[in-house]
Write a protein that binds this ligand. Structure first.
Ligand code: GTP
Ligand code: SPV
Ligand code: MN
Length: 594
């Protein structure tokens, strides 16, 4: 028997159960040492699971291709397994814990014969922070170990932090045979347990991320008075050196990483403005004695969308990937053993392999070299804009919360909610076009409350109630805004330049929080006066800006119908306050005269 890294009997008993179920050839406890990681990398290179990249250009970097049937989260295979179906709610797939455990046991049965089992203890959040939580993931994938090492804090420290406690999230993952028909991601919020089988990709298998830090943690937060949200966290430093923090919830592949690492336009930089990155995907928030919401980033790395990322669009993300990074499903340049993806630069490689591993010529091929959901896993500490407070155990105080999605029309560039309750309504009625981050059709508008539709571990009606409650408990809650970088003209072109220029909108948001700028109160909330968005140095006509800020009665009326349909699903679970807000919106839109 291998030497365990802990004497915690809760851990040892559970590990034994999983060993009996999966029957591995070897068992390895991950202690987090560089020596152990080195030998795992070597091993994975020998089997072809990962490929070592050009170590001069990309020191410490590796390349991985997942099975072509396994390249994104699978929402239709993701289940919340709580005892009562009602508690999973109308937006989640539900399976009873008995059935899910039985099905899972069947699939896991002896699935690790001839394989090595890795036991990864990890902390979500800086080890020792009062916000942080411990998880243990058991997996048969070295790729998972190496990614978890970047995305979380793994190893002995986390076990030491856990001590004798039974308060840890139990994750079991096996690639099994990557059989799509037997692929399941089961969450048991009542047991702090996650079982994932037949996948080896991203959010399905890095169990600390979406499975724990959102689905399980959202339920823990509901029970324990805190919040787990699909949000980036950033700090804006003004020329006086004061930093205000903002968190923002956008659905998958809708711009969180980009906004979190934004570089302000030149005019602002010259004046001394700066953006600091705290997190790019997940925030855990708690109310402190000062009545404010404080947030930590529970992760330690970025699992970012590769295509579209380049030195112009997101310099800080590009720099984050220059060392100790794993690239998944991008193109492999065979000439110099480096990576490439769409919009990486204007110089696609001619002698390359695409994300499927087929020969690919970037100059002549009509196919994409990288999968649209190809990703980099990069350590947060590599990021040039990483905040000096990104690991502060007490978190950072949040001044504003921003919701946003991809909307061709309807939602204006930016607006502010009238108060917390209205802000919760704005979040609860968010909608966005689907993206390649999840399998299924891309570009379809769906309602995605707080960008949490695929990630809420309990009934979303109760989740809305929890949001309302938290606003009542915090005597100084953040102001709530909504943005839309994706409005288009009749030709389908984006009206707003986006990316770094989004800073102009953040400035208005911060000024609103400080009462430094006026606004117009319209049907949906407070909208900027056209002259209050600073467009200095930006080539955008007043006409265009006005069109970004207008409300179209017809499309809002349509949206209201869709909201009514969506809210209808929740029955009694929908908080009355949200219906009140819907009625206000209906009245206001009815009274619009365009
Ligand atoms: P997940 O990691 O899936 O949660 O995604 P994310 O929300 O972090 O999205 P990310 O920042 O990776 O952006 C996804 C896509 O949106 C990329 O292709 C970007 O190029 C594009 N994008 C991001 N910001 C903007 C913007 O301001 N304007 C426009 N037009 N596109 C943007
Ligand atoms: C997302 O889809 O929102 C992601 C990528 O951040 S994954 O980790 O696959 O969920
Ligand atoms: Mn995400």
């Amino acid at each position: 028997m291998v030497q365990a890294l802990t004497k915690n009997s809760n851990v040892l008993k559970w590990v034994d159960e999983v060993i009996i179920m999966t029957n591995p050839k070897n068992v390895v406890w991950i202690d987090g040492s560089e020596e152990q990681l080195k030998s795992l990398r070597k091993n994975a290179c020998e089997t072809g699971e990962i490929i070592e990249l050009n170590q001069e250009k990309y020191p410490g970097c590796y390349y991985h291709r997942s099975n072509p049937n396994d390249v994104a989260r699978m929402e239709d295979r993701t289940f919340i397994c709580c005892s009562k179906e009602e508690n999973a709610g109308p937006t989640n797939n539900w399976m009873s814990p008995e059935n899910a455990y039985e099905l899972g046991r069947d699939i896991f049965n002896s699935c690790m014969v001839n394989r090595t089992m890795y036991i990864i203890p990890y902390s979500m959040g800086p080890v020792g922070s009062p916000f942080s939580k411990i998880g243990i993931e058991i997996t048969d994938s070295i790729y998972v170990v190496l990614n978890m090492n970047i995305m979380t804090r793994i190893g002995q420290e986390s076990l030491d932090e856990l001590g004798d406690s039974s308060d840890f999230v139990r994750g079991v993952h096996s690639k099994c045979n990557l059989d799509e028909n037997k692929r399941y991601i089961f969450h048991f919020p009542e047991d702090n347990t996650i079982w994932s089988c037949n996948s080896a990709y991203g959010g399905n298998v890095l169990l600390g991320k979406k499975c724990f830090a959102l689905r399980i943690a959202s339920y823990q937060g509901f029970k324990e008075d805190w919040m787990a949200e699909h949000m980036l966290i950033l700090g804006i430093e003004n020329p006086k050196g004061e930093v205000k923090y903002i968190s923002a919830a956008f659905p998958s592949a809708c711009g969180k990483t980009n906004l979190a690492m934004l570089i302000p336009p030149e005019g602002y930089r010259k004046k001394g403005y700066k953006v600091w990155t705290v997190g790019d995907d997940i925030a855990w928030l708690r109310i402190k004695e000062d009545g404010r919401l404080w947030a930590i980033n529970p992760e330690a790395g970025f699992f970012g969308v590769a295509p579209g990322t380049n030195e112009k669009s997101n310099y800080n993300a590009m720099m984050s990937t220059k060392k100790d990074t794993i690239f998944t499903n991008v193109a492999l340049n065979l000439d110099d053993n480096t990576v490439w993806w769409e919009k990486f630069d204007d110089n696609p490689p001619e002698n390359a392999l695409d994300w499927r591993g087929n020969p690919w010529n970037g100059r002549t091929s009509t196919e994409k070299g990288a999968h649209p959901n190809s990703r980099f896993t990069a350590p947060a500490k590599n990021c040039p804009s990483i905040s000096p407070n990104w690991e502060a155990p007490e978190g950072v105080p949040i001044s504003a919360i921003i919701f946003g999605g991809r909307r061709r029309k309807t939602a204006p560039l930016v607006y502010q909610s009238r108060d917390w309750q209205h802000g919760v309504f704005v979040g609860a009625t968010m909608a966005s076009e689907t993206t390649a981050a999840s399998s299924g059709k891309v570009g379809v508008i769906r309602r995605d409350p707080m960008a949490m539709l695929p990630f809420c571990g309990y009934n979303m009606g109760d989740y809305f109630g929890h949001w309302l409650d938290m606003g009542k408990k915090a005597c100084n809650p953040p102001k709530i805004f909504h943005v839309n970088w994706f409005r288009t003209n009749d030709n389908g072109e984006f009206l707003w330049p986006g990316f770094g220029e989004n800073f102009r909108v953040l400035e208005w948001i911060i000024d609103r929080c400080e009462d430094l700028v006026d606004a117009e109160e319209l049907a949906i909330g407070y909208i900027p006066k056209v002259n209050d968005i600073n467009v200095e140095g930006l080539n955008i006509s007043n006409e265009k800006l006005e069109s970004l800020l207008t409300l179209d009665k017809e499309s809002w009326a349509e949206d209201i119908k869709s909201i009514e349909g969506f809210f209808g699903k929740f029955g009694d679970k929908l908080p009355k306050e949200l219906n009140d807000e819907l009625n206000i919106l209906k009245n206001n839109i009815n009274n619009l005269n365009n």
